[in-house]
Design a protein around this ligand. Structure first.
Ligand code: C2E
Ligand code: CA
Ligand code: CA
Length: 847
């Protein structure tokens, strides 16, 4: 910019100096021959100054363009003074004119004034050169040829001054120059024609009679009015066109787009120097968008409300929709423009449009967020952020569709073991945490292209779509069950040649088994995984899930952690579901579930030491079912609670009955490990004891040591509550678990039941015999009863007696019997044992 100023100024000074240096060649009929050369120069400069002072202004893109009477002054000046003087006169005259304008109207810097004066001087110098090339206007009568030369000169002046002005504005505001020049020329053209005509008229008058000059002011006034009218109309049209374009551009859906369009629009409509838009956000925050002054548009967040500003060139308008503040618009006009009423009106119309557009955009944005949120929520599980069941199905089906018919895919269905207990005992927050931990771990194991989802509850599914090329298992392949994760350390490595989907399942089980802390409790997540492999085109997701569900059920039922789908089990598992429904009926019916009772006897005396209650189901359709046929299924269902209560109630009813016959024999009930996780158990047992009026010490609860696997405090609590009530505890199947002894240190018990397998193996296996012997020793040490289970032969009985075992149970003594027989059997047994006590040697006696 400064370079341009310096250039035009240098050119102007050079032209002025050269012009003055050339000797003036005054014609004989010089119009001002009586006037001193300096005064003549002053007159011409004055005319040129006047021409600037009588300027009219109109607005262009970013500011105003002044149109002056420059061409008229140029023509008159050439008539009055030697051509060489004109640049100097222009430099002085226009400098003076703009100096005055700057003082009384729009404030401009010295540099700007020098820039304008220099530009106009350069234009005059060129124009003068063009004119004098075709004629000699000084004091000459107007001829068509001279008029032509003057017209050409004026045109040069117009083009050069217009070009320099456009160049200046384009540099200052970084706008393209072409349109600026065109607009300036178009606005100026009628005035240019008038200017030249006025100039020519004036020199004609000067040539003939000065009196006619009196006509000049009214003519000038008339033209001035016409011009300004036209410029105003032009400006009006331009404003409204810009307004229409700007408001049209506000039609956007995004706040930033609206705001940017608003800033650009205001810049165009008002020809503003700078526009600042502050958009109010939620929570008293503001965002600022700014533009203008040739600077690139800016935007940033404000920490507080925008600071107030004021000034003669600044218009500020709050943006509101209804009474709701949306923001604020500030338009800074160029220093050359003092905004008026009309600007205010246009601004409020524009601000209203902008406010509405911003409000619409905000509303739209909210809707978009809500829509995105609800569509996210529609397909995602809010807790784990995994896709939900519905989305798992649709995504999975889509993935299946994309694959070839026989392309193998695998679906892994995972269910957390004992999740219900965590939820019940540690609370739902802990349950949620556990699910999140699980989801996170699964997410980490998910590979590209695989679909992972939470199906609900503690069930997760993983669809594996790219399996390494291994043949699909044929339906003949039996279900593969793998040992539970906790037994990994016991059994060592997994089979090496597992098919890929099972390897993935194992990977998942192992990863989940890594200890984690939930609600302050350290635990390891045990999971059961059902795996199904099929051709992508042979089954849809619903079917794959169904099969995986069966496999998962098998994994749980089989005590393993992983099972793959086996179609032969399909029917069986559907059956399990039916079984549960039937059990519900059986629990209500009261004549299907029966207790078989098996006494245990004192090996020395044969006296009954206790009676174990064993469940039987006389199924109306399936026939007689033993515990193996349904207890596992019950344990995995919500029917366990009602079932346990049922058994306790039945057993205590029977015990109450034999107590009425004066028999003081305890009854043993088998408890599922899971029942111990129910904190209501002790109070329910107490209630049942009260109802049947059976003393607590006559109830023995048999528990297997699997209980120890979960170190949940609730188990200890339930057990110690039961013991505090006086109920006896027995460890069932003692010796089969791998933590039997640990269990004893944790829970004080009254009885150990040596597992049948040791009794059976005892004769041939010294190890089994050793286990029996040490259990007996342990019992003696700890003051516990030791009962050997499954005694079938007299040899076993003798061997047990030899090992010091005092009590036993088994077919050798009694098979489990109906409750109708038990009283008689107990009475007989008691009676014969008393006889045995009287004649203790009879058993080994003479016979
Ligand atoms: P258990 O607690 O080890 O029960 C002993 C099992 O051995 C019973 O089988 C019994 O009939 C059988 N038995 C007794 N003497 C002999 C013998 O000399 N030789 C042989 N081979 N077997 C003998 P049952 O009734 O089929 O019960 C199986 C398991 O079902 C029980 O094992 C127990 O864990 C469970 N169970 C039985 N009743 C219930 C119940 O009411 N609730 C729960 N939760 N589980 C039960
Ligand atoms: Ca038992
Ligand atoms: Ca047992």
């Amino acid at each position: 910019m400064l370079v341009l100023t310096a250039a035009v100024l240098a050119a102007a000074l050079a032209a002025a100096a050269v012009g003055l240096a050339v000797p003036a060649d005054l014609p004989p009929d010089d119009p001002l021959d009586a006037v001193h050369p300096l005064a003549r120069l002053a007159i011409v400069a004055g005319v040129l100054a006047l021409a600037q002072l009588a300027r009219l202004r109109f607005r262009v893109a970013a500011g105003t363009v002044s149109v002056t009477w420059g061409e008229a002054a140029f023509v008159i000046g050439l008539y009055l003074a030697p051509a060489g003087w004109l640049p100097a006169a222009t430099l002085v005259g226009t400098g003076l004119g703009w100096g005055l304008l700057s003082i009384f109207s729009d404030r401009r810097s010295i540099v700007e004034i020098l820039h304008i004066a220099g530009s106009l001087t350069a234009a005059v110098a060129l124009a003068t050169a063009v004119t004098t090339a075709f004629g000699a206007p000084l004091g000459a009568a107007l001829t068509p040829a001279l008029a032509g030369a003057l017209l050409l000169g004026s045109l040069t002046y117009l083009l050069v001054s217009g070009w320099l002005a456009a160049l200046t504005m384009s540099l200052r505001h970084r706008l393209p120059m072409g349109p600026l020049l065109l607009r300036a020329l178009r606005g100026k053209l009628p005035m240019f024609v008038g200017n030249v005509l006025v100039g020519l008229a004036v020199i004609t008058i000067l040539e003939h009679s000065l009196r006619w000059l009196l006509l000049l002011p009214p003519l000038w006034w008339l033209l001035q009015q016409t011009y300004s009218q036209r410029l105003r109309a032009d400006d009006e049209r331009r404003t409204w066109r810009a307004f229409a374009e700007a408001t049209g551009a506000l039609n956007q859906l995004d706040e930033r787009d609206v705001a940017t369009a608003g800033v650009q629009g205001a810049l165009a409509v008002f020809g503003a120097d700078r526009v600042d838009l502050h958009v109010a956000r939620d929570g008293g925050r503001w965002r600022h968008y700014g533009g203008g002054g040739g600077e690139p548009a800016t935007e940033h967040d404000l920490t507080g409300a925008p600071e107030a500003e004021s000034g003669p060139h600044l218009l500020t308008r709050p943006l509101e929709v209804g009474a709701k503040p949306v923001g604020e618009l500030r338009v800074r006009f160029p220093r050359s423009v003092l905004p008026g009423e009309r600007d205010r009106d246009v601004l409020s119309a524009f601000a209203d449009a902008l406010a509405a557009a911003l409000h619409d955009a905000a509303t739209h944005q909210e809707l978009r967020i809500m829509a995105a949120q609800s569509s996210y929520e529609a397909v995602h599980d809010p807790l784990t952020k995994l896709v939900n069941r519905a989305a798992m199905l649709s995504k999975g089906d889509l993935a299946l569709h994309r694959l070839g018919h026989d392309h193998p895919v695998a679906l892994l269905l995972l269910d957390i073991n004992n999740f219900k207990e965590v939820n019940d005992t540690l609370g739902h927050a802990a349950g949620d945490e556990l699910l999140q931990v699980t989801a996170r771990r699964l997410q980490e194991l998910r590979r590209d292209g695989e679909v992972l989802g939470r199906l609900g509850g503690d069930e997760f599914a993983l669809l594996v779509t790219s399996l390494p090329a291994t043949p699909l298992p044929t339906p003949a392949v039996p279900a593969l069950q793998l040992p539970v994760a906790t037994e990994l350390s016991v059994f060592g490595e997994w089979p090496a040649s597992l098919p890929y989907p099972l390897r993935r399942a194992r990977e998942i089980v192992e990863e989940l088994a890594l200890p984690t802390e939930v609600a302050g409790v350290r635990m390891s997540v045990e999971a059961s995984v059902g795996v199904v492999v099929a051709g992508a085109g042979t089954a849809d997701m619903t079917e794959l899930l169904r099969r995986a569900d069966i496999a998962m059920y098998q994994a749980k039922a089989g005590g393993g952690s992983i099972a793959s789908y086996d179609s032969t089990q399909d029917a069986a598992s559907t059956d399990q579901l039916a079984l549960l429904a039937e059990l519900r009926e059986a629990l209500a019916a009261d004549d299907q579930l029966m207790l078989a009772l098996q006494p245990a006897v004192d090996l020395a005396t044969g006296a009954p030491t206790g009676v174990e209650a064993l469940i039987r189901w006389r199924h109306p359709r399936r026939g007689r079912l033993g515990p193996v046929d349904f207890v596992r299924t019950v344990e995995g269902s919500e029917l366990l609670g009602p079932f346990t209560r049922y058994v306790i109630d039945k057993a205590l009813a029977v015990a109450a009955d034999w107590a009425r016959h004066g028999l003081d024999v305890p009854i043993s009930i088998n408890l599922s490990a899971r029942s111990l996780l129910d904190p209501r158990l002790p109070s329910e047992v107490a209630e049942s004891l009260r109802r049947h009026q059976v003393p607590a010490h006559r109830l023995v609860l048999e528990i297997t040591e699997t209980v120890v696997m979960s170190e949940l405090g609730v188990i200890d609590e339930v057990l110690s509550e039961l013991r505090a009530m006086g109920i006896q505890l027995a460890v069932d199947d003692f010796g089969t678990g791998f933590s039997s002894l640990t269990f004893l240190t944790r829970v004080p018990v009254d009885e150990l039941k040596v597992d049948r397998s040791f009794v059976m193996a005892m004769a041939d296996s010294p190890e089994a015999a050793a286990i029996v012997r040490s259990t007996v020793g342990l019992g003696r040490e700890l003051g516990l009863r030791v009962v050997a289970e499954g005694v079938e032969t007299a040899d076993q009985r003798a061997a047990l007696a030899e090992l010091g075992c005092t009590a036993a149970q088994g077919y050798h003594f009694f098979r489990p019997m109906g409750s109708d027989k038990i009283v008689t059997v107990l009475q007989t047994q008691l009676h014969s044992s008393q006889q045995a006590r009287i004649f203790p040697l009879r058993a080994d006696g003479v016979s």
